[in-house]
Ligand binder design. Structure first.
Ligand code: ATP
Ligand code: MG
Length: 570
């Protein structure tokens, strides 16, 4: 087995306080369990793209492997040929790698163990611990019963071992139609735990499997496959979400009955639920298939690939996962915490630039026509090492419409008739004339004067003005397309629709705005996907990795500069 190699220096250091799983591992190591080794796994089913919930599990499993000098296996839990696809296998690998984790040389697939798992099912039959059941699917619920009352024994429960072996062989040979028979573990029809009431462990499936093709007509069920795959790979700690707690007795039963040499322990933790988001792959698939979003990597999706396209950094996601921690407490995490984590990270790394979203023309009447000054501006004040950019200044500039008011209220400190404002990196200007559209009365142009002695950094006069605004030189900017995203859902818990409603009823109809009026600082024209920007005073933006063309970036807003949903944050 290959060793987990911590591949990247960028990956965060262990957190100081230990969660309950790490405490448990410490105890196990102290007692010499599992030969002193720690092997975890991340076991996605390749039936969809990974989402931010999976990131929690990835950071947990790979983080533990890193900190205990152990291994973390990437294992595809591919036991349902109908829903799975190679496209998902590839996207999952890309996403785990992008998050900053490395699983070494070997990628594991449950389907690689189909022969072994089959043999173990035969062993169970030989031991009298499994039988082929022909009760039709529509009657299963009736036989299974409810937790407070015992279930009913299947009439096939007492078949002879020979008959069971023969029947299972015929299932395997494809002699029976899908749904007509299952192999069931023979456990206890009276158990208060429904999962122990002779659960199905093998079923007939005629679909073609993305890796084994048409070789198999029968497929092991998740509960039977998972514990055996863990045992085969000698996983020491099998970490999963709380809904599997009730499956644990079955997990242990299988390993006990088959006397597997390795005995992994299942430990459960609370899954991540995010407000204003759905996380089930079934629902995410529906959003894609029914065209509510463009694709799995639509920047409004909570998928890793969507977050990446939106402009999330791996660091911000890992930091978020560290912040939320690992507990047994089922809660809902505010999405603004994820956004906060991104802002913090981008503040450190994003290159600053000026973009005017809704331009208003300003003519500086005392500035010489045809003259252009190149004014220095920090690329990132948090990181002086990034140096400076040069921003052209000229007689005609553009400012935000919002930064001017004809009849300002008392607390409006930006530009208005007769008032002064500072242009970032440049001069103080004063408005002396306002030109309006005679028909609509709309302000269409301002006439201002500038004070040449007030240039930022080098000016001899530094008058106090109450506001600094961003701007772009009218003749030097360009017009990028900019996409502004809002939350995909209007309610906190779209995952729990009211009676008679679907999660789709809560979709935000205005989750995407495309802005084509903006004018951006010249330097942004060559922006490339993978670079991060702060449009000063507006937010963080990245060139979209699908829609951008060389010299024609299309920007996605990753996150606004301030949280506009939760007041008084930041
Ligand atoms: P879905 O129910 O949407 O299909 P899943 O949980 O079945 O999702 P898997 O591909 O089986 O998806 O998940 C792989 C691993 O990721 C599992 O160990 C699972 O427990 C974990 N996981 C999935 N969703 C979350 C979540 N929201 N928070 C934490 N871990 C998660
Ligand atoms: Mg699953």
């Amino acid at each position: 087995m290959s060793e987990y190699k911590p591949s990247n220096e960028g990956v965060d250091q262990p957190t100081v306080s230990k969660n309950f799983i790490r405490q448990r591992i410490d105890q196990d190591l102290a007692q010499g369990l599992h030969g002193g080794r720690v092997i975890t796994r991340f076991p996605p089913e390749p039936n969809g793209y990974l989402h931010i919930g999976h990131a929690k599990s990835i950071c947990l499993n790979f983080g533990i492997a890193r900190d205990y000098a152990g291994e973390c296996h990437l294992r595809f839990d591919d036991t349902n040929p109908a829903a799975e696809d190679q496209e998902y296998v590839e996207s999952i690998q890309d996403d785990v790698r992008w998050l900053g984790f490395d699983w070494g040389e070997t990628t594991y697939f449950a389907s690689d163990y189909f022969d072994q798992i089959h043999d173990m099912a035969v062993t169970l039959i030989r031991q009298g611990d499994a039988y082929v059941c022909e009760v039709p699917q529509e009657n299963w619920a009736e036989y299974r019963g409810v937790p407070s009352r015992p279930g009913k024994e299947s009439p096939f429960r007492h078949r002879s071992i020979e008959e069971n072996l023969r029947e299972f062989e015929k299932m395997k040979a494809g002699e029976y139609p899908e749904g007509s028979r299952v192999l069931r573990a023979r456990i206890d029809m009276c158990s208060p735990n429904i999962h122990l009431r002779d659960p199905a462990i093998y079923r007939i499936k005629t679909a073609s499997h993305h890796r084994t093709g048409d070789h198999w007509k029968i497929y092991p069920m998740y509960d039977f496959t998972h514990c055996l795959s863990d045992a085969i790979e000698e996983i020491t700690h099998s970490l999963c979400t709380l809904e599997f707690e009730v499956h644990r007795p079955l997990y242990d039963w299988v390993l006990e009955k088959l006397q597997t040499p390795a005995r992994p322990q299942q430990i459960e933790f609370a899954r991540l639920s995010l407000s204003y988001t759905v996380m089930s792959k079934r629902r995410l698939l529906k959003l894609v298939e029914e065209g509510f979003v463009e694709s799995w990597d639509d920047p409004r999706m909570p998928t890793i690939s969507g977050l990446r396209r939106r402009g999330y950094t791996p660091e911000s996601i890992r930091h978020f996962c560290d912040t939320i921690g690992i507990t047994k407490f089922k809660g809902i995490t505010d999405i603004s915490l994820l956004e906060h984590s991104l802002r913090q990270d981008l503040n450190q790394r994003a290159v600053r630039s000026m973009v005017v979203m809704h331009p208003l023309r300003v003519v500086i009447t005392n500035y010489p026509a045809g003259e252009v000054e190149e004014l220095p501006a920090a690329r990132n004040p948090e990181d002086p090492g990034l140096g400076e950019r040069l921003v052209p200044f000229s007689r005609e500039i553009l400012i935000e419409q919002d930064d001017f008011m004809l009849n300002p209220p008392k607390k409006f400190f930006r530009l208005s008739p007769g008032e002064e404002v500072r242009l970032k990196y440049a001069y103080i200007i004063k408005c002396h004339d306002v030109i309006t559209d005679p028909a609509s009365g709309e302000v269409i142009e301002l006439r201002c004067t500038y004070d040449p002695d007030t240039r930022s950094g080098t000016g001899t006069v530094n008058r106090k003005v109450k506001a600094t605004i961003h701007w772009v030189s009218a003749g030097h900017g360009f017009q990028p397309t900019i996409r502004i995203f809002d939350r995909l859902f209007l309610v906190e818990k779209p995952d729990e629709p009211e009676e008679g409603k679907s999660f789709l009823d809560y979709l935000n109809p205005d989750s995407l705005h495309t802005i084509t009026s903006a004018v951006a600082e010249r330097g942004l024209k060559e922006a490339l996907p993978g670079q991060y920007f702060q449009f000063e005073r507006i937010g963080y933006f990245v060139p979209d990795l699908r829609l951008s063309r060389p010299g024609e970036p299309v920007f996605n807003r990753s996150v606004a500069l301030k949280d506009s949903w939760t007041k008084n944050r930041d």
